[in-house]
Design a protein around this ligand. Structure first.
Ligand code: GLU
Length: 485
């Protein structure tokens, strides 16, 4: 493997991290760690109009939450600081000047009106790509310096040579070709003095010694422009690897309209970071075996760019849900206790004082049947409060003297047991079934209903052992009243 691998995750701080960008960050991280390389976090904040308050903090917190550690970046300064593009403006300008001197770029003083007129005229002619007409390329040195002296607003444009084919090899997609005629004379420095994405991105990748550019497929159309810049500067190309698109189940592009797209949404919904990382790792990468559950360390060990595929990756939320449940079940009761307490503190049960022992019993009962931690008290609400509402049809079904008698017998017998044990409770069920010559379900069902208002859920003995004898008796009594109303 190549020495000194350096990759980067280069988000623009325009809001919460999109799930696709988290995948980009993850693949860069896995690739860096797998190859003993370095991951750089670079904040691409040159578009001042799209800047969002707290977005950088959010990016850093999110990476930390999922366990992606960068080696250089904001608050972790390395040899190539600063890592905020807005703090590197002078650098971009210096490099733009070099391009101007080499005639690879030029000043353009055209007004907004003129540019609009060109665009409209080209639209009328239905030209495939609207392009600047290079008028300012023919300005003389004198004209340029006069304009600059007069402080006329200007941009700096890339001088794209027409009639060429730009070719490059993408590690994932293979050879890509595009005609230079389809590329506009890109603006490199805007009239506010800020660089555009293309210029700043290429200069920084070069200066920060990035060896592999791993990013989403949506950046593929920008790459030929970057290649032109590398050529113009005479720099060696890095390896480009464009990751496949993320698709909805119907193969449309993953978008907000069809569901959540920000990592924040998934966090708030109660997805565990381990589950999300495992899920995202498999969106575009295939380890070519049956294994589905991967820890971060296993991902680092197995990840290679060769195993990233180019076809779109389907975002299957059911798989994410399944993984979340699996990760919950892999956790120790102690870990779950901490997570449950955190969730409870945000719930309507936040004022209650539950003992660790009680919550661990509830966790044990609910753990096999949940996808999210909060379902411990949502689906298992009967551990936290007395059920009040019962299904009318079920009440009708059990409103017969036979069922009241069964429940009364159970009540009478359970009262005689001093200390409830699993064994006692199981024996009690057997005893009543034999004594009254009934089917087991004829006891279990009304009992379940009385205690948890549902015919499904954890085993009835587990529920009774958790809530205790007193509450059990209270609930059965209340239920009998309901049946006989
Ligand atoms: N700033 C770009 C983004 O927001 C970076 C794209 C790239 O990786 O080149 O994703």
């Amino acid at each position: 493997m190549q020495q000194n691998i350096r990759v980067r995750y280069a988000p623009s701080p325009t809001g919460f991290i999109h799930i696709g960008n988290l995948r980009t960050a993850l693949y860069n991280y896995l690739f860096a760690r797998h190859n003993n390389g370095k991951l750089i976090l670079r904040i691409e904040d040159t578009d001042q109009s799209r800047k969002v308050e707290k977005a950088v903090e959010n990016i850093i917190d999110t990476l930390q939450w999922v366990g992606i550690e960068y080696d250089e970046g904001p608050f972790k300064e390395g040899d190539y600081a600063p890592y905020f593009q807005s703090q590197r403006l002078k650098i971009y300008y210096q490099y733009a000047k070099i391009l101007i001197e080499n005639k690879k770029a030029y000043y353009c003083f055209c007004s907004e009106e003129r540019l609009n007129a060109i665009r409209q005229e080209q639209q009328l002619r239905k030209v495939p790509v609207a392009k600047y007409d290079k008028k300012c390329l023919s300005l003389t040195e004198q004209e340029i310096s006069d304009n600059l002296n007069q402080k006329l607003p200007y941009v700096i444009r890339l001088n794209v040579e027409p009639g060429r084919t730009i070719k490059f090899n993408d590690f994932i997609r293979g050879e890509v070709q595009i005609l230079s005629d389809l590329i506009d004379d890109q603006i490199l420095i805007k009239s506010d003095g800020f660089p555009t994405y293309h210029l700043a991105n290429v200069i920084d990748d070069y200066l920060m010694k990035i060896t592999h550019i791993i990013r989403g497929e949506e950046w593929l159309p920008s790459t030929p422009k970057h290649i032109l810049l590398y050529e113009a500067f005479g720099w060696e190309l890095p390896v480009f690897a464009h990751l496949p698109l993320l698709l909805n189940k119907d193969r449309s592009k993953l978008s907000k309209r069809q569901g959540d797209v920000s990592v924040e949404d998934y966090k708030n919904k109660g997805y565990l970071p381990e589950a999300l990382i495992n899920f995202i790792a498999l969106l575009g990468w295939n380890p070519k075996d049956e294994q589905e559950i991967f820890s971060m360390n296993e991902l680092i060990e197995k990840f290679t760019l060769e195993a990233v595929h180019k076809s779109g990756a389907i975002f299957d939320i059911e798989k994410l849900n399944w993984l979340n449940g699996e990760y919950i079940r892999k956790k120790s009761n102690f870990e779950l206790l901490i997570l449950l307490r955190e969730e409870l503190s945000k719930s309507k049960y936040n004022n209650n004082d539950y003992s660790d022992e009680y919550l661990i019993k509830v966790i044990n009962a609910m753990k096999p049947r949940i996808t999210f931690i909060k379902e411990i008290y949502e689906k298992g609400y009967f551990f936290f409060e007395e059920p009040e509402s019962f299904d009318k049809d079920l009440i009708n079904k059990f409103s017969t003297t036979q069922y009241t008698e069964i429940l009364n017998t159970y009540l009478k017998e359970i009262k005689n047991i001093q200390e409830l044990t699993k064994e006692d409770l199981e024996n009690l069920i057997k005893y009543i079934v034999d004594e009254l010559k009934i089917k087991k379900a004829n006891l279990i069902q009304p009992l379940r209903l009385a205690i948890s208002a549902s015919l499904e859920g954890p085993s009835i003995t587990d529920i009774i052992l958790t809530i205790g004898k007193e509450k059990t008796i209270q609930r059965i009594n209340k239920f009998i009243e309901k049946l006989t109303e």
